[in-house]
Design a protein around this ligand. Sequence first.
Ligand SMILES: *Cc1c(COP(=O)(O)O)cnc(C)c1O
Length: 366
Amino acid sequence: MIPGPIEFEPEVMTAVGMATTSHVAPDFIESFGRSLELMRKVWLAPSGQPFIIAGTGTLAMDMAGSNLVEQGDSVLVLSTGYFGERYAELLGRYGAEVTVLRAPAGSVPDIHAVEDALKSRRYTMMTFTHVDTSTAVRVDPEPLGALGQKYGVITVLDGVCSVAGETIRQDEWHIDVVLTASQKAVGVPPGLALMVVSERAMEKWRSRKTPVGNYYCDWQNWLPVMRAYEERRPSYFGTPAVNLVCGLEASLNLILKEGMEARFERHRKAGQTFRLAMREMGLGMIPVSEEVSANTLSAPFYPEGVKGGDFMREIAASDVILAGGLLPELKDKYFRVGHMGSVTQGDLLTTVSAISGALASCGYRK
Ligand SMILES: *Cc1c(COP(=O)(O)O)cnc(C)c1O
C-alpha cells in the first residue's frame, strides 16, 4: 500500500514475463504501436503526441523540461511539496529562470495568486504537480490549463501520482504536457517514463533557437521512433524496455476495460473511504481540506504520543506495507498510504485494521 511501485495485475505480470523479442519484431512493433494509441485514450488526449521512453518519472520531468526550456526562459513552478521542489531544481539546470509559488504544507497556491504571477512577467512555461506524493495534496488542473491558454504559457502537469487514478482530461483542459511513470496508477513495474504532448508544445519545441541540452531526452531522437511504431514500421534510437512495453499494453487495456469514468470514480471512493476511516480513528491529515485531498494516496499524521519509528515497526510486523514521511520538515510526523490502481475495498479494510492495530500497540486510544 505504498505510493508506487503499486501491486500489479496478473495479466500485466504475464505480459512482462514473456520471452523478450527484438525491438523490431513484428509482434513487438504492434504492441508498442497499440500502447501509443491506448495512451491517448487513457490521457483523454486524442490530439496529443505520446512518448514511451525507458526511464523513471523523473526522466519524464526531465524530458519535458529539456525540450521545452531554453536558456533564460522564465518558468513558474507551483510547488505543493517535494516533487514541485524537484521540478524547480531540474528546470534550473536547463537555464530557466525559475519562480516558485508555494503554499503552506497541505494547501495549494491560490488561483488568483497564480494569475497575478502570470500577469507580472512573461513566463513561457508553468509546471504543477497534480498529486504531490510527499503531501497527498491535489491541485485542480482545469483552471490552471485555462490560465495557460489565456496567457500563452505552456502548461506541464506532473501526473506521476495521478494519471489513470485522478480525473485528467488533457485535451479538454488544455494541458500541454501530462507526464507519468509506469509504476504508479498506470500499473506496470518501474522503468517507463510516459507522457502525452500537445501540438502547441510540439510547436514550441520545433521553434527552439538552440539545441536541446540533453541528448537522451531530445525529441529529435524520439519523435521519429514514436511515429514509426505508430505506423507499424521498425525504427531505432535507443533500445526500448521491450518487456515493460508489453506490460504497458496489457495494463492500458485493463484500464480502458474498466473505463476512465468508472476508474476515476473508484479512486474517488477509495480516497474518500480511507480518509473517513482515518478521521474516525482521530487522525489528522496533511491536506487541509477534502477539496485538496488526493484520491491516489493519503498522508495521515501520527496521533499525539505515537512515535513514527514504533508505529512503522508494528506495521512491518503486519502483512501491510506502508511508506514513511517524505516532506523534510514533517518527515517524522506522518506516514503515507497509497490507494491506487488495483487496490480493492478489501485491501483498504485490511490496511485500516492494520493501522488501527499498530496504533493500539503503540498505546493509542481514541
Ligand atoms: C514518484 C513521483 C515522481 C518521480 O518518479 P520516479 O519514477 O521515482 O522518478 C515525480 N513526481 C511525482 C508526483 C511522483 O509521485
